[in-house]
Design a binder for this molecule. Structure first.
Ligand SMILES: *Cc1c(COP(=O)(O)O)cnc(C)c1O
Length: 343
């Protein structure tokens, strides 16, 4: 029986073509800015998002922390969504490493920041208060179902940031999924934010890496924080070559993952007791199963050869490179059997 691993798009493995690009990469010392492949990746990324500059980092977590450190000073406050990855899953790095406060406001079901709570979260200019410096948005929004913030959503948070002279950072770990789902260029989404990061190691299939983009001055400063955090890598072109390959070859197939997610959702919705929460927009499928303790259900699925996580009171399936339509069909069929056997 083939195991179907739907735990995350981070489990994707580099294709033979990507490995070849890595093996053949031209290298130099990137801490000196002399790795031609890293420089090439950074140029392509900056151009793709229509930003002045970009920097390769070790992970999405590092990109976000570097962005926060670069935008803020110790003691400043950062507004984040209560369901955001930065608040929930990044080890409190902003507090621990940056001396920054994370002030959370409610995310709505589509991952937008509640406007009333957002307005109340900005501190007035007063000696008693920390300075509010930055707003972070997440696109697509992981915990809110892989939902994509569209240009209208982003324009409204941008206008708000401008009104209070705040910077805006976009955690676009899955930015290319958002762009594919909305049918807009990634630069259109990036244009609303001062800084944007995206993951190479998720749906784009690279073994490691993330890219942070912004103005030339911002990225120059970000490079200092990257070095401070231990992210100065030497012949990082072996990693960057995978990134170049991904941006040229892997972005266009993300729509296949979205179609597979839709296909999974359609199949799951036909099973009694299964409810999609919400129906998928991109490559994340969240659902609940009536009458089960979730960890137990996830264990039973694993015994049936379908791996997934129980995430925030729901089951999460992630479609990705390496998961074909037939695998999704199998996963739905096995889910149906697990539930039928227990009925
Ligand atoms: C995965 C993810 C990150 C962190 O990326 P890592 O490379 O795992 O550190 C940040 N934000 C979001 C929305 C993510 O999904």
């Amino acid at each position: 029986m083939k195991t179907i691993d739907l735990r995350s798009d981070t489990i994707t493995l580099p294709s033979p073509e990507m490995r070849r690009a890595m093996a053949e990469a031209e290298l130099g010392d990137d801490v000196f800015g002399e790795d031609p492949t890293v420089n090439c990746l950074q140029d392509i990324a900056a151009q793709l998002l229509d930003k002045e500059a970009a920097v390769l980092t070790t992970s999405g977590t590092q990109s976000n922390l570097i962005a926060l450190l670069t935008h803020c000073r110790r003691g400043d406050e950062v507004i984040v969504g209560d369901q955001s990855h930065t608040l929930q899953f990044e080890v409190g790095g902003a507090w621990a490493v940056g001396g920054l406060g994370l002030r959370s406001v409610r995310n709505d079901a589509r991952g937008r920041l509640d406007p009333t709570e957002l307005a109340a979260a900005v501190r007035p200019d007063n000696d008693h208060f920390p300075r509010t410096r930055l707003i972070c948005v997440e696109n697509t929004h992981n915990r809110c179902g892989g939902t994509a913030l569209n240009e209208e959503d982003l324009a409204s948070v941008r206008a708000f940031a401008d009104r209070f002279q705040l910077a805006l950072h976009m955690d676009g770990a899955r930015l290319f999924n958002a762009a594919a789902a909305l049918g807009v260029p990634p630069a259109a989404l990036a244009s609303y934010a001062d800084s944007v990061c995206f993951s190479l190691s998720k749906g784009l299939g690279c073994p490691v890496g993330s890219i942070l983009c912004g103005s030339a001055a911002f990225i120059a400063e970000a490079r200092r924080y990257r070095k401070m955090l231990g992210g100065g890598m030497r012949q990082a072109g072996v990693i960057a070559a995978a990134g170049v390959y991904a941006l040229q070859n892997m972005v266009r197939r993300l729509k296949d993952d979205h179609e597979n997610a839709q296909f999974a959702a359609t199949g799951l919705a036909e099973i009694p007791g299964v409810a999609l929460t919400p129906p998928p927009e991109t490559n994340l499928v969240y659902f609940t199963v009536a009458g089960w303790k979730l960890p137990e259900f996830v264990n039973r699925l694993a015994e049936a050869g379908v791996l997934c996580f129980d995430e925030g009171g729901r089951v999460r399936w992630v479609t990705h490179f390496g998961i074909e339509r037939a695998d999704v069909e199998q996963a739905v069929a096995r889910t149906r059997s697990v539930l039928a056997a227990a009925a």
